[in-house]
Design a protein around this ligand. Structure first.
Ligand SMILES: Nc1ncnc2c1ncn2[C@@H]1O[C@H](COP(=O)(O)OP(=O)(O)OP(=O)(O)O)[C@@H](O)[C@H]1O
Ligand SMILES: [Mg+2]
Length: 360
């Protein structure tokens, strides 16, 4: 039996390829890494997956095994849902009281959410940015600023499925959020200015526009590492296993002139990023996107930052979600090679750390 502590926080990311978990402890005001782990899942298409199990059952079995291995010092967990299961909308309102805003948000939500509101878990946050005052307006109305509200919604049935994973292992749920927010907490943190975060996993890519630490736009598209493996296998006429190994070998297929291969998944990400940047600049004339921050397992694809910088005309960098975490020296070499596929799990555990800090 592990030693339980109220200062230990466990973040768990249910990804398509693997479940990733990070346990942090609040020690002297810092987040200290006490444990981490990963359990590889069978993909729904994998012929080796036992036919008797559903993908959900597979998750429950691997989640339990991962926790047994890690033996965390807490029985509460912060988890996330994939961004594609949620809806994030930024809505502009005139300044009003909280009660008025509550009513206005519920009214507006109907326009954005295609399902009946009874079937939806809804949350919203006023993120307070004042729109530029209209110079042609008179003094009184120029002073009456507007407020931006971020509306977040997900279907109750999807929320129940994720809650079910936590119940199945007998843990309590401290937090359930869209992974969009976990990623931003881990890779943007307090950095000011406007960033476009691009998180590329196995199945999906998340594109997140962040302004002074606040999520402003989020899009999830079906483009990920699996598509890249498939494209390499087809272009080079090799097996999927060989293509996967080649993809991870460090060979740069994106920028090298002689061996450049068009990867449709990357082109889809480029055009979606381009569209988001264009729409944002139209909404905020004069706005500059300072940087692209890459996260997720596929961000390790050789040459990806250079390629995206070139195509989008914005400097792109690989994120280091571990930078705000103190890592015991014994674990440092291992962590260095994992890179940013743990962004979501780290962001989730950091939620617990930040909340505990606020309470102290
Ligand atoms: N060195 C590497 N180079 C290129 N791709 C890599 C490398 N290492 C891992 N990947 C790819 O990263 C992907 C897994 O990333 P990640 O762990 O972020 O995905 P996931 O969270 O399980 O999936 P998703 O977020 O789509 O549900 C796989 O497609 C894997 O092949
Ligand atoms: Mg993921």
């Amino acid at each position: 039996m592990g030693v339980f502590s109220k200062d230990r926080f466990l973040g768990v990311d249910f990804g398509t390829e693997s479940i990733k978990a990070v346990e942090l402890e609040l020690r002297g005001g810092s987040a200290y890494l006490t444990n981490y782990g990963e359990a590889t899942l069978f993909s729904p298409q994998d012929p080796k997956r036992p036919a008797v199990r559903s993908f959900q059952e597979d998750i429950a079995i691997h989640f339990r095994a991962l926790l047994t291995r890690m033996n965390p010092g807490t029985r509460e967990v912060c988890i996330s849902m994939p961004s594609f299961l949620g809806l994030i909308s930024l809505i502009d309102f005139p300044q009003m009281t909280d009660a008025e805003l509550e009513e206005a948000v519920r009214f507006e939500a109907r326009k954005y959410i295609p399902s009946p509101l009874e079937e939806v878990s809804l949350s919203w946050e006023s993120i307070g940015r004042k729109s530029e005052p209209d110079p042609s307006a008179d003094a009184a109305s120029a002073a009456s600023s507007r407020t931006e509200v971020l509306l977040v919604a997900a279907l109750n049935k999807d929320v129940a499925q994720y809650e079910g994973y936590v119940k199945s292992v007998g843990y309590g749920m401290k937090l359930l959020e869209l992974e969009t927010f976990s990623i931003v907490r881990a890779v943007v943190g307090e950095r000011s200015g406007t960033s476009l975060v691009i998180d590329v996993g196995a199945r999906a890519a998340n594109l997140i526009l962040v302004e002074d630490g606040f999520v402003k736009k989020s899009r999830s598209i079906d483009a990920g590492g699996r598509d890249i493996t498939r494209a390499l296998a087809e272009s080079l006429n090799i097996s999927s296993d060989r293509a996967d190994a080649l993809k991870k070998s460090g060979k740069d297929f994106l920028n090298a002139k002689d061996v450049a291969i068009i990867l449709p998944a990357i082109e889809t990400i480029v055009s979606e990023a381009d569209r988001m940047i264009g729409a944002w600049k139209a909404k905020r004339p004069g706005a500059e996107i300072g940087r692209i921050i890459l996260s997720g397992g596929t961000s390790r694809l050789a040459g990806l930052p250079q390629y995206l910088s070139k195509r989008l005309g914005i400097p792109a960098e690989l994120s280091d979600p571990w930078k705000s975490v103190e890592i015991p020296s014994a674990l440092r070499p291992k962590i260095g090679s994992i890179g940013s596929s743990f962004s979501v799990a780290i962001g989730l555990a950091l939620f617990g750390v930040a909340e505990a800090k606020r309470k102290k």
